[in-house]
Design a protein around this ligand. Structure first.
Ligand SMILES: Nc1ncnc2c1ncn2[C@@H]1O[C@H](COP(=O)(O)OP(=O)(O)OP(=O)(O)O)[C@@H](O)[C@H]1O
Ligand SMILES: [Mg+2]
Length: 323
């Protein structure tokens, strides 16, 4: 079983608005509303890929009820802790004429200490029967930045593979707690290592720095694929995986990182080689941009795209000691 953790679950509303301009009144030509939050998106993609997954986290108020009902409608197993304050609604405006995307995320509920401890108990219970636990997204108000670090420590001890996809302080502290895999995008990785990347050598070096910080493996998503310092057997090696963006017709890139992560976890769960995992993950990320909803992937289309992904094992840059 794969567990996904979503502490910032939401109803994600996506609106297609041609020629979107600030300060104007618009009419949406297309709209969707579905349960969201990064871990929920990962759960949706895993479910569509035919993987056994259970989504957990916290959800509150009428919006929380809708999140749980929509998950249940999609036949995604879920076990959330109900909280007193109302879960958020996040709105994305996609302009089909330019491809530009504007996201507005509500502030979200405050989680009390008691609610958080109920969640921790639930997660540790669920993790006893799990192979992988994915922590996705930012933390809501009231939850200390150390939470992912604490949970990663406890769940690593159960022998469950921990995967962390977050940002800022929660990612930095979580990475020090030695998760199995971290999956930042490029700006998140720059913040994590504390400097910007100007070329591919910088990016490759950063993969080593992230591992030195504590992660066992580092995967950095890029709009064209990913760079990975990942294991094949006992050994770690640097890989690049790329797809020509022209292979897919982009409708919405919201949640492409979540589909990528789901692809990686699904392939790992299936015991595939490092190269196959990266190929599958990049194909899932790319396929997902053809759909309007976050975490929506079509497994047949993913299969079709696999041949269009180029995976390359890179020679190592000058390594710093201990990498
Ligand atoms: N326009 C696109 N065409 C094809 N593939 C894309 C496109 N945008 C993103 N992808 C794929 O999706 C994956 C994730 O990309 P990205 O770095 O944008 O993630 P992200 O910023 O974490 O996204 P999010 O946080 O919205 O889920 C990458 O592997 C990339 O190949
Ligand atoms: Mg992301």
């Amino acid at each position: 079983m794969i567990i996904t953790v979503t502490l910032n679950a939401a109803i994600d509303k996506t609106l297609a608005v041609p020629n979107f301009r600030l300060g104007r009144r618009h009419r949406a030509v297309e709209q969707t509303s579905m349960a969201g939050g990064k871990g929920v998106n990962v759960a949706r993609a895993l479910k569509r890929l035919g993987q056994p997954v259970i989504a957990t986290g916290v959800a509150g108020g009428p919006t929380g009820t809708r999140i749980i009902e929509q998950l249940t409608d999609e036949a995604i197993l879920n076990d959330f802790v109900r909280i007193r304050e109302e879960s958020r609604t996040s709105t994305a405006v996609v302009d089909p004429t330019t491809g530009d995307q504007t996201e507005i995320n509500e502030r979200g509920p405050e989680v009390t200490e008691g609610e958080l401890e109920l969640f921790v108990d639930k997660l540790l219970y669920l993790a006893k029967g799990a192979a992988v636990c994915v922590f996705s997204g930012s933390l809501p108000r009231g939850i200390p930045d150390e939470l992912y670090a604490r949970l990663i420590g406890e769940i690593n001890r159960l022998g469950v593979l921990t995967v962390l996809d977050s940002e800022g302080e929660a990612l930095r502290l979580g990475t020090r707690a030695e998760p199995g895999i971290v999956t930042p995008n490029e700006p998140e990785a720059e913040e994590l290592v504390g400097h910007e990347f100007s070329d591919d050598d910088d990016r490759a070096q950063a993969m080593h720095e992230i591992v030195e910080l504590g992660a066992s493996e580092a995967l950095m998503t890029l709009p064209s694929g990913c760079l990975a310092f990942t294991r094949d057997g006992q050994e770690r090696a640097l890989y690049s995986a790329r797809i020509d963006p022209g292979m897919v017709e982009s409708r919405s890139t919201v949640g492409s990182g979540d589909a990528f992560l789901a692809g990686m976890v699904a392939a790992r769960y299936g015991g595939r080689s490092a190269e196959d995992c990266l190929r599958f993950a990049v194909a899932c990320g790319a396929e997902s941009v053809q759909h309007f909803g976050a975490g929506v992937v079509d497994p047949r289309e993913v299969q079709r795209l696999l041949d269009d992904v180029t995976v390359e094992r890179l020679s190592e840059p000058a390594l710093s000691p201990g990498a």
